[in-house]
Every structure is written in C-alpha cells, then in structure tokens.
Design a protein. Sequence first.
Lengths: 270, 607
Amino acid sequence: MKHIFSSPSAILLTILVVGALLAPVLPLHDPLAMDISGRFAGPSASHWFGQDEYGRDVFARLVFALRSAILISGSAAVLSAIIGTAIGVAAGYVRGLSEAFAMRVMDIILCFPPLLLAMLAATLYGAGPQTLVPVLALVFVPSFTRVAHASVMTVRTMDYVDAVRLMGAPTSHILWRTILPGIAGPLFVQFSFVVAMSVVLESGLSYLGLGVLPPEPSLGMMVGAARATFLDEPWLLIAPCLLLTVVIILLNAFCDHLRHLLDPRRSTGN
Amino acid sequence: MTNVGSELLQVSALAVSFRKGGEWRSVVRDVNFSVSAGETVAIVGESGSGKSVTSLALTRLLPQDMTKVSGRALFRGQNLFDLTEQQMEKIRGDRISMIFQEPMTSLNPVMTIGAQIAEAIRVHRKVSRAEARAEALAMMDRVRIPSAKSRFDEFPHQFSGGMRQRVMIAAALACKPDLLIADEPTTALDVTIQAQVIELIKELQAETGMGVIFITHDMGVVAEVADRTLVMYHGDVIETGTTAQIFNDPAKTYTRALLAAVPKLGSMNDAAAPVPYPTFNLTTGEMTPPQDRPDTLRPEEPPLLEVEGAIKRFDQRSPVLKRVVSRVHAVENVSLKLRRGETLSIVGESGCGKSTTGRVITGLYDYQSGSVKLNGRELRTIAPAQRAREIQMVFQDPYASLNPRLRVGDAITEPLRIHGLATREEERRIAASLLERVGLKADMVDRFPYEFSGGQRQRICVARALVLKPSVIVADEAVSALDVTMKTQVVNLMLDLQQEMGLGFVFISHDMAVVERISHTVAVMYLGEIVEYGPRAAIFGNPTHPYTQRLLSAVPVPDPARRGLRNAPPVLELNSPIRPRDYKPPVREYRAISPGHFIQVPGPEWS
C-alpha cells in the first residue's frame, strides 16, 4: 500500500518545513545579531554556513528566511485555494449568469501582471507580510477557480453524480461529498504548484524591497544584499538561491507524487 | 458468398505477451489462421479475450517496449514481423487498413472530413492536392455519404456516428487495401446504422476483392458477414471453422454460451412473460435451461407509474443575445403506464428521446407539461428523499456511474447514509448481503470500483439501486456496454429480482434482442414521440408502424444460412428533433391494432 511518505520528496520536504517552522525553538544563532568582527567569515564550527556582511549567521538566516517564505506562501495558497475553489465549484455547479460573471472577474484579475499588482498594493498599503499575503492570495485565486470550474464541469456530467441526486441527496451532500472529492486531485496538485509559485514571487518581491521588511531575513532580500559582494563572496548569493531551487524542485516532485497518490486507479500492489 | 481467391495473410503461432511490472504476461497464445482475397474472417470474443490485441499485433501497432510478439504473419509471402518500421509504414494504411470502434475519437476533430480522407491518400500516393481531393470525393460517394460535395469541408462534429464511421471506412479504403481489419466497427452504432455499415463493407469487398478481418463480440454480426470464424477466449483460439459449422455445431461450451446469448428475434413468440437466458457451466459444459416461472405482472394492482402527455424540450439559444432560436423536442407528448411486476421497454435509435424520457420519469429532468404520476402521486410534488425510495436508476456506462473514490460497500449504502437510515454496522451488513444478492462476494465491500469488470460494476449499480427498496427501477441502456455473457447474467439477475420483489422496470435500450427477452410491454420511440406501443408479442410478431418494421428488419439474423435474404434499410440520416422556435407539433392520432397494441397513424413522411 502506498502512502504519502513513499516518496523521498515528501520526506525531505517535511524535514525542511518542520525545521523551518521550529526555527525559533531550535538552538540557532539569532539571525539578527550582528558581529562586525566576523564580517564575511567563512564556515566554522559555530557558524556552519559562515557569516554575512554584518557578521550575522547565514545558516540561521536561511532557516528563518525559509520559515517566513513558507508561512507567507502557505497562508496565501490556503487563502486563495479556499476562495478560488469555492467560486469555481459554485460557478461550475450553478452555471448561468453567476458563472459568466465569476469567470469574467477571474479573467480581469489574470490580466494584471502579478508583480505590478503587488507593487501597487505595497505602494498603497505599505510593504510587509500583511500586504503580501492578501496580494499573493488574490493573484492565485483565478488559477484555483479555473481548475475547480473545469473539473466540476467534467465531474458533474458523470452518471454517479446523477445517481447521488436520485438518492435524494441535498445539494450540500452532492457538493461536499461527491463533487469535491472528485476534483481534489487536480486541486491538490494546483495547490503545491501555487505554493512553489508564491515562494518564487515572495522572494522576487522581497528582493525588490516590497516583501518582508529588513532586518527580518528573507531569501529574496539575502540575494539582493549579496549581489553587491558577489565577486568576493559568491557563497552568500549562492546559498539562498540554492535553497530556493531545492525547495521548488521538492515541491514539484511532491506535486507529482500527490497526483499519483490521489488517482483512484493507482494500483495497490506494485 | 463472395469469391474466395488466393491466400493473402497467413498467421501462424502468433503469441503476444505484455510486460506488467517486471513480469511478462501472456495475453494471446498460438493463433493460427489465414485470410484469402475476398474472404471475411471473423474473430469473436469478449473484452480481454485478445481479439483486438491480435489485430494490433498484426499491424505492429502495439507499443514495442511493453510487448513481445512471436510467430509469423506472412502477408503476400512477406513476414510482417521481419519488416523494418519504415517498410511497415508503407504497408499500413496502404495495403492493410484498419477501422476502429469509436468513430468519435478516431477522427481528428480539427480537420475537415474531406481533408482527412485526402490525407490518407497523399501519405501513400504521390498525387497532387487536387487529385487527392477528387479521389476523396469519389470515396465519399462510394461509402454513400449523401451530398458528399457539400459535406467535404465539414468537421467531424457535424456528422452523426454512422456517418463518421463511413468517413473512417472511406479513409481506410482510400488506398484500395488488400486487407481490411475492422475492429468492432459497428459496436457503437444503432442497429439500422449497423446494418448499413455492414452492407457497405460487404459491397466494397465485392467491388475490390479485399480480404477482411472482422473483430466483434456480436454473433449476430458474425453470421451476417463472416465466411470463417475464430472464437477466442482468454487469449486462446478455442474454436475455428466455417461460420456455418460454428453456428450449427459448436464444439465448445463457451461457443454455445455465446450463441445462446445471441439475439434471435422471434425465439420468444410462444412465451407471454419474459424468460431468462439459459445458463452454462463453463467447466463441465452443462446447460441449465431457464426454469418455468410465474408471470410477475400484476395488472389488477394500481399502476406504479403513469405518464400522460409528458413534454420535455431543450431550448437552444443564440450565442450573444441568448434568445431561443430553436428547441430540441426530446420528449413530445409521451404517455406510458407501468404496472407492478412489469417490464416496459422503450426502444429506438440514439437521439430518439428514450434516455430523456427515462430522466423525466426519475425526476432528473423536469417536464414542461403533462403529468408523471409515481405510485399515484404527481412526481413534482414528491420530496427528493421520498422519491428516492420509490424510483431508482441504473445507468449505461458502468465506468461512469460509480464514484471512483468510494469503496463499493460505501457506494451501495450511500443512500442510507444520506438519509441517516442505518448505523455503520448495519450498513456493512446490508452492503454485504446485497453484494451476495447480485452474485458478488460479501468480502468485496472494501474494494474500489476500478478493481471490478464492467459486468461486476453493473451488478454493484443494481445493488445500489435496490438499497432503498424502490418499486420502480429505470435501466438506461444498462446492459448495452456489457459483453454477451455478462449481459445475460445481468438480465437474468434483473428478472430474478423482479420475481422476488415485484419490481417494475423501465428498460431503455436499442438492443431489440434483449428487449424481446426481458419485456412485457414495448414502446417504440422516434424523434421524441411514441410511434408504437403494445405487448411484446404484438410488437415483435406484428410490427405495424413503418419505423418499427425498419428497426426490426435491421437486427442481424444469427443464421449464416439466411444471410442476404433481407435488405439493409435504406440510408437515411435520422431526422433531427431540433425544430424552429415557432414549431407546432402536429396533432397525432393513435390507432388500435389489437387490444393494448397502438400505433401512431404514420404521417406523410412515411409514405
């Protein structure tokens, strides 16, 4: 029997996520504590990944940066998944005018380049996670709506939905127990995809100074800061980029794994 | 019979294995046969018997890394298995052509019909665009597509299923192949269309002298087309001989079981009530004839279902202003009555409105006017929860009608859960006993639908329909997608349940032979209207409306000796029930032929 941890991507991803979330209670250096005498110091027993331009511990900063990336992208993805799926399912099931309206609104949101939208919001409401999360959520709502809408359109024509209707089931049962599980597969895949996308977008915005505010660590900001000293200290640039790459690859591998798990036709034996 | 000429294809010791996981699984073993020019060889068997795999192996269309093919296939003296892929490409589509079952998916939806036929020519012949076009047009004429010239630039979705299959045949025969492999070419089609397509293949064969390998599960079709027949079972050829031999003197039990399940119109003339199929024990070869059983029909009790002048039309709106431009008259003034213990069959071709009628009766579609009374109460006024206990439905596609995510036990008892009628333990017990009732095992409750075959799934659907103990079950083409032996089992199961529980069935089908077996009463539908209605014996014994006659004459006769004694019905596109917005349906008159047997007085379109 296959289960969720049967893929290395799931195990590694869990280690990364749990590690990052537990960062405050782990015996790490303070990611904000400066140590001017240790500027640009290389890796050592107490600073595994060395120290940055202010002498801060790079390893601790990476862990805390990953933590804020996960928190921000995770909550943005959850928020957009809930809103987007609700709109998509309603539009696909009820049809009619509300469907046309909902889908056109989504088209309008899709017209805005995500980066521009985020910059606009940051200018209007100030940078920081409290702006970033709603903006990211808004950006990704249409993707969930479209996936949910398209899947509902396929599932609702299946005979088994009619069979449930003939059993005298109320609409809530049809939506929650019959249609939603039927479209869960593509939605989960979309979810992990959106998390990966928002990690990238979050670091991009932080790089531009519109995301996480200094001195809090963030991957994008670390890349931005290391740019100036890249030729002398390439590791400071490479480390956050590498972490970002690894996280995205793991998320994508996990996507595939999830899709495979959620396919009811998967074989149980081999 | 066609003239049989020189040997075209000689297959010896053909075997195919598939790789699954790390193991090789043998799916076809030791197949030997030959096809001569002008000859038709039928390969018969159920799904999974290896008949399609055999044909794909011959054309080398099986994925090479997953399959192992051994043996020899000499085509005009050349072993097909020795050729390079390039050489094979030259033969495939040119000397050996194929047509497949699904006319919907085997045509490219974004290419025009004409272009697809012309493409088949241009791949193998060095001809100009104009020449290919002319040739394609000629092919369309040869496969008798009406007004070929104006339809040349139309797309597949504008063609009906039968017409699409004609296009497939035109493309397959465009290069005048020596050998045509037809894999279930008529299975997805209505009987009248099937008769025309078979007729067409026979005519074209007579014109060109090609050899034909005809793959089918329908013994009626075999009797109609084949000179020789191979019966396949689980990857082995279990019987081979001339079609007459196979039909008159079958050696194997399995062949006899197949033949017993074959539609034989008129075989039921002396029985008033439905009769189950005989059952066969495949290991001992014993046949158990159906037992005599009392008729279940209770005409004296109040009717279960009464439909009076029901009308259901679907509006078709213009894309921009959403104005109604036309309407599909799917159900037009239909009246029916279903009594306790009765099986009422609704027959007709696809698009005649029989499925819509079924959905109106179950309440899945609302009706615009008329009345539908279920157990004496107007259907609309019955709450869905109550309605669910009186009427249930079994759907056509056993793969779409079970939620793939629910274990079958949960699927069967879902109605109980919806209405909170049973505890978890009771549910398991009920599911287990119902599974046993429909001939499956009680310990299957925890399995998922994908672990079952189509026939088993259909039994599960029957079990699910029974769980609320309804008095009426609507079976919408419930056995049409099943293999012959599965079909007989499900039909027998339905008859047993009727015997036990006094169920009323509304049996919607295009399969006249099953209808003859299972029904008390038959309603024939055409373009949304009932054109003939009456007791089964009257409809089959004395079909009076021209449409009923046409429908019955198209059913294949499972007797090779009587082949060619009847004519295929003339090529007509089924008229469309789509009418302009202001269309007023004509007032129809009905005439009684005998007690209970009515026909619609045929309008001028039938003269």
